[in-house]
Design a protein around this ligand. Structure first.
Ligand SMILES: Nc1ncnc2c1ncn2[C@@H]1O[C@H](COP(=O)(O)OP(=O)(O)OP(=O)(O)O)[C@@H](O)[C@H]1O
Length: 483
């Protein structure tokens, strides 16, 4: 019964840990996730969680066999307390002696876990960089032989060392057990007056102890791996939740009832990464975006456009300065609900295989409309809020991301180089049809772009360089240009 119960508890815990980790990942600030890296998260979500659960599954064995050991000790107490004290002292000394190598074995498991992070990183490189690795035999050789092989070899050695130590500890425990038997049979009677009956009871009981002790010893490596995994999950959990977005999943408190201006004053942001020397300072930025404005943001590569966008969207909290929306200050407490005012299509847009959260009749009708407007109707269908496929070209996938953003229907829109991967015809549709339509619907639209051919349709063009705004120009209206 205890085994069944505990295996159910183990599965329940697996379920809870997975959910808790996923919640932590989604509630953690974006920057923390970026610094951790997806490979470490994947390793935690898979390997660590599994190891914790496997360790839990051997707990029944540990408890059952442990209780047998305890029962034997109780029995021996009834037979001869002084003799039991001797046995107890011997066992305590053995545990103490064996603790040191065990700790050593655990340190190897700890290191193996870090190596596993590196291996997950290599797996990621192998899947995401598959094309690049296939294209160059030299690069592939270096990747397989130098990078992957080195980590895989290190992992193998660390695990083997830990295993060998655990086995040695196990066998030493068995040997000590036989030494104990020998001491009791051949040495103890010489120094203490002990009856034949007591001796027989003790020897039989201790022989019986062999099975439970071996089972406990055999469970130790699994428990060891579980403890290492749990520590790793805790460490990760802490680093994820250090500055958790406290308002995650609360009802929006920043809902706008009328168009509002977005103001940034003295905003700064510095990329800090303990593992890398790269540092980039954005700001101080002072900016006011009027309600209903169509703002283009331009500038060279690495000038800080995307970073500014992430700050505007409330994904990066600024280090300094303040953001106000409709005159109200954005704080750590309301940033989550502030974000709900924006729809964004990022340069590396991720497309879900459904409308996810927007599958109501109205949203689906809107999505269907956009499917036609974005010329995707021959490529995929939407049924029950689900896309029939997301296996599309990069430009088409970006159009699908745009469709999702349209369905959200929020007061602010942000597009990060959306048109860069579109053909000239669609670029035209985007700048001359979609953006003016959004503006006409009273939306405030921020477009990160290098397309200077279309700057004339913007209300303002903001130019960035080295993390600072270097110019902010009101554009002459298209009609003025024509005249
Ligand atoms: N994850 C990061 N960690 C550390 N520094 C970063 C990170 N992302 C960007 N940076 C730094 O911030 C600077 C601005 O990057 P950002 O992505 O905002 O530029 P951008 O103007 O959008 O460039 P692009 O036109 O190439 O997309 C870069 O020069 C880079 O040094």
């Amino acid at each position: 019964a205890s085994q069944i119960l505990l295996s159910q508890i183990a599965q329940e815990n697996l379920f809870k840990i997975r959910l808790w980790l996923s919640h932590s990942v989604l509630a953690a600030p974006l920057r923390n996730i970026q610094i951790l890296g997806p490979h470490k998260l994947m390793a935690a979500l898979t390997t660590d969680v599994d190891n914790v659960v496997t360790a839990q599954e051997v707990l029944p064995t540990l408890f059952i066999e442990g209780s047998k050991v305890l029962a034997v000790f109780v029995y021996l107490w009834s037979v001869s307390p002084p003799f039991l004290l001797f046995v107890f002292g011997f066992v305590a000394l053995s545990v103490f002696i064996l603790y040191v190598p065990q700790k050593w074995a655990w340190s190897f498991l700890d290191r193996a876990r870090l190596t596993e992070n590196a291996i997950f990183g290599h797996f990621r490189a192998a899947t995401e960089g598959g094309k690049e690795l296939k294209m160059s035999a030299e690069r592939r050789r270096a990747f397989l032989d130098d990078e992957l092989l080195r980590s895989a070899h290190a992992l193998k050695m660390q695990r083997m060392k830990a295993f060998v130590i655990f086995v040695l500890v196990d066998r030493s425990a068995e040997m000590l057990f036989f030494i104990l038997l020998g001491v009791m049979l051949f040495i103890a009677p010489r120094y203490a007056s002990v009856s034949q009956g007591t001796l027989t009871s003790f020897v039989l009981a201790i022989i019986f102890l062999g099975g439970p002790l071996t089972a406990v010893g055999g469970a130790l490596p699994t428990i060891g791996k579980g403890v290492v995994a749990l520590r790793n999950i805790e460490r990760l959990g802490l680093s994820l939740s250090k500055e958790t977005d406290v308002n995650f999943r609360t009802t929006p408190t920043f809902a706008l009832t009328r168009p509002a201006a977005l103001e940034l004053s003295k905003i700064t942001h510095l990329y800090r990464n303990e593992e890398s020397e790269v540092r980039h300072q954005l700001g101080p930025i002072n900016l006011r975006i009027d309600p209903g404005a169509l703002l283009f943001v331009t500038g060279g590569n690495g000038s800080g456009k995307t970073t500014l966008a992430l700050i505007l969207l409330g994904l990066f909290p600024p280090d300094d300065g303040e953001i106000k929306l409709g005159g109200r200050r954005v704080t750590d407490e309301n940033r989550e609900s502030y974000r709900q005012n924006f729809s964004a299509v990022f340069a590396d847009a991720y497309v879900f295989d459904s409308l996810l959260g927007y599958s109501g009749i109205e949203s689906q009708a809107r999505a269907q409309e956009m499917l036609v407007a974005l010329k995707l109707e021959n490529k995929l269908q939407i049924s029950d809020g689900r896309f029939s496929t997301t296996e599309l070209s990069r430009g088409q996938r970006k159009r699908l991301a745009l469709l999702t953003a349209y369905v959200e229907d929020r007061p602010f829109y942000l597009f990060d180089e959306w048109a860069a991967e579109q053909d000239p015809q669609f670029r035209d549709v985007f700048y001359h049809q979609l953006l003016p339509e959004l503006k006409a619907r009273g939306k405030t639209v921020i477009v990160i772009t290098h397309d200077d051919r279309y700057f004339h349709i913007a209300d303002q063009v903001l130019r960035m360089d080295a993390g600072k705004i270097v110019s902010f120009a009101e554009q002459p209206r298209a009609t003025e240009l024509q005249s």
